[in-house]
Design a protein around this ligand. Structure first.
Ligand code: ADP
Ligand code: ZN
Length: 360
């Protein structure tokens, strides 16, 4: 007989067809108990990358095996360039070779790339098996692990093949942050500030007041995840335009990343700059008055407040002109009217281009 354990979930993402528990555990040892509690402990394939396998994957596999869970590992190379069909095939092969069946579970242990590709593998192998998210980066903890967007890049562009496929639960463990490189912490903080500006005044004020002290990660992550969950609950499959609020700062960020050829600027840094740039836009269009506070907070967190040298405004303007979201010369955005409050706007692309040409 399988024993069942109660596991304390921090909160639940309530979707129409499914409730997804978010478990915030202090140590990753609790993950095995969570698997048991959710009756997912038969056979598990942990998908990860080589570096994370060394630091956490092997230990995780050991702790699961100690509980009698059959575990195998699949590795994909680190980085966005391996979020492709070839890596997906590697995972499929590992699923078959390890004897996974329709009752088995995939555990995505890593950052956004691992989460996206492992989730897509779970959605498609044997026409869909269950999976769980174990984000190890701050960015994945506060953003990509919730929402169910999974997929791979094609040579024609990013995230072109994918589906919405929700995990059985999300296991967030702040212990992983102890080993996360400072640059990767910054990468996540760009999104954290985004949530503060667009929907959570309390988070924003907490960040302002504690920028120089040790961050309370649990508080920060939970606020972000709740903000994201609230949006995903209302617009799971991005059909109502509400999920667009999560893209605050990203119109500029994506253009900057493209103009920089995805080099020398991390996603989080691009988002930080996008947040600032779109605050200027909000000043003009919806009376936002706190751009200085946003700039000061970004600087206090060690995030950039001006674009990297070598990327010209002209290149960014060019990249923004090719944005697929432009409709009849306008782009739909959520902009803050004050810290923590956002309004929906259709902004003429010319207005955005003019702003890019101005300095920060
Ligand atoms: P993404 O998929 O979002 O690009 P990765 O999983 O590639 O993120 O992680 C980014 C970098 O940080 C990689 O070099 C990875 O090995 C490393 N990394 C991820 N999580 C941790 C962690 N908890 N501790 C140490 N290094 C980590
Ligand atoms: Zn982002």
């Amino acid at each position: 007989m399988t024993k069942t354990f109660a596991i304390k979930k921090t909160f639940t993402v309530n979707l129409a067809h499914k409730k997804i528990p978010v478990v915030m555990g202090k140590s990753f040892g609790k993950f095995a108990r969570a698997l048991e509690a959710f009756a997912l402990s038969e056979k598990v394939l942990v998908v990860t990358n080589p570096a994370i396998r060394k630091i956490y994957g092997d230990g995780l596999a050991k702790s699961l095996r100690a509980k009698g869970i059959a575990v195998s590992l699949a590795e994909i190379p680190a980085g966005e360039k391996s979020k492709n069909l070839r890596a997906l095939e590697t995972i499929y092969s590992r699923c078959v070779a390890s004897g996974l069946d329709r009752g088995s579970v995939i555990a995505a242990l890593g950052g956004g790339v691992v989460g996206d590709i492992a989730g897509f593998a779970a959605a498609t192998i044997y026409r869909g098996i269950r999976y769980v998210q174990i984000p190890t980066t701050l960015l994945a903890m506060v953003d990509s692990s919730v929402g169910g967007k999974v997929g791979v890049d094609l040579k024609e562009g990013k995230n072109l093949a994918g589906v919405f496929y929700q995990p059985e639960f999300i296991y967030v463990c702040e212990e992983f942050l102890k080993t996360l490189p400072a640059q990767e912490i910054k990468n996540g903080l760009g999104e954290v500030v985004k949530y503060g500006v667009i929907s959570d005044k309390r988070l924003f004020e907490y960040l302002e007041n504690s920028a120089n002290s040790r961050p309370k990660w649990r508080f920060i992550i939970e606020r972000c995840l709740r903000a994201k969950a609230a949006v995903v609950e209302k617009d799971e499959r991005e059909t109502k335009g509400l999920r667009e609020i999560l893209n605050f700062g990203h119109t500029y960020a994506h253009a900057l990343e493209k103009a920089a050829a995805y080099k020398n600027v991390s996603h989080g840094e691009a988002v930080a700059l996008g947040v600032l740039k779109e605050c200027f836009l909000a000043e003009r269009l919806c009376g936002f008055k706190d751009t200085d506070r946003v700039r000061n907070l970004l600087a206090a967190l060690g995030l950039p407040t001006s674009p990297p040298s070598g990327v010209t405004s002209r290149a960014i303007v060019q990249a923004i002109s090719a944005d697929k979201k432009i409709r009849s010369g306008r782009i739909s955005l959520f902009l803050p009217s004050s810290i923590g409050r956002a309004v929906f706007m259709k902004v003429p692309i010319e207005e955005i281009k003019a702003l890019i040409a101005e300095s920060f």
